[in-house]
Design a protein around this ligand. Structure first.
Ligand code: SF4
Length: 291
């Protein structure tokens, strides 16, 4: 849940989720519809799907236990190097470091070498004996991440109170490195076409082929083509929506109709038991202003 999402946003979701699913076995008996509904508003829904898929694999193949080998762990859906190392450290107390943006920044500053010039895997291997000096490897994994988030922060690190400042090359140097991590923001323009009816319903389909919208219930979404006129559709509103590193400029169109294409189903604009991602909810809000 915490990948790409702030702690304060995650807390209520985490509490609700762990209250409902107290064991991996309980989670494995759930289904995608239920999990997505609980995840609604948190975004990056692939995480929820992967979590459910992982629980089913763990129950079926591993007697509900996390495998101990990194190769086996990385076969689980959505688990890459970072998560695998974090799990082995946190669950099995193995000497591991989960190298995320925070941890990279800490090492890079401590050595006063730019991140892109460090091979972190090599660095950890080479310095194993100096890094893992206690038996509390589980705490160390967590502590490093927290240290990067709270002390050696992206902006204004707390160097004067930092316990590493006596040996930190960044702190001592007159020629401090600059680590600029610019997220590449992409602007995209989309037209969205909504069928609505007098019962305050909107027609949604899962047939959109745009990568980040695949498998979601939505009206038709098309990349804006400036030369095309969207005849037969009434323009409602222009607005912005951000998804990850995408900035979307949206033109929303509608038409009242009782006939909809076969792949569409009607949904209430107000009252939905099914999972509705924030992107779709925003469309609902705009269209609701028509009633
Ligand atoms: S002294 Fe400053 S730069 Fe060095 S590790 Fe501590 S907080 Fe980071």
């Amino acid at each position: 849940m915490l990948q790409q999402t702030q702690v304060k946003t995650v807390i209520p979701y985490f509490n609700k989720f762990t209250k409902k699913f107290k064991t991996i076995n309980a989670l494995s008996k759930s289904n995608e519809k239920e999990i997505l509904k609980m995840w609604e508003g948190l975004g990056y829904y692939r995480r929820a799907r992967n979590l459910l898929a992982c629980s089913k694999i763990l129950v079926q193949n591993y007697k509900c236990k996390l495998p101990r080998s990194i190769i086996e762990i990385k076969k689980l859906p959505g688990v890459g190097d970072y998560t695998a190392n974090a799990l082995l450290g946190l669950v099995y107390n193995e000497p591991r470091i989960a190298v995320d943006g925070n941890v990279k920044r800490v090492f890079s500053r401590y050595l006063n070498i730019e991140e892109i010039k460090i091979n972190f895997n090599e660095f950890i291997k080479k310095n194993k004996k100096r890094l893992f000096i206690t038996k509390r490897n589980d705490d160390f994994v967590e502590a490093l991440m927290e240290f990067g988030a709270l002390i050696c922060k992206p902006k204004d690190p707390n160097c004067f109170t930092c316990c590493l400042n006596k040996t930190c090359k960044y702190f001592k140097s007159n020629n401090k490195i600059k680590n600029i991590r610019n997220k590449m923001i992409k602007n995209k323009n989309y037209d969205i076409f909504c069928y609505i009816n007098k019962k305050k319903q909107i027609a949604l389909t899962k047939s959109n082929q745009i990568s980040f919208l695949k498998n979601f219930n939505l009206p038709e979404v098309k990349e804006t083509k400036s030369f095309l006129k969207n005849q037969n559709w009434i323009f409602l509103k222009k607005y912005k929506n951000s998804i990850s590193n995408l900035k979307l400029n949206i033109n929303l169109y509608y038409k009242f109709s009782n006939k909809i294409p076969k792949t569409y189903n009607w949904y209430s604009l107000k009252d939905n038991r099914d999972f509705v991602p924030s992107f779709t909810k925003k469309i609902f809000r705009q269209v609701s202003t028509l009633f």
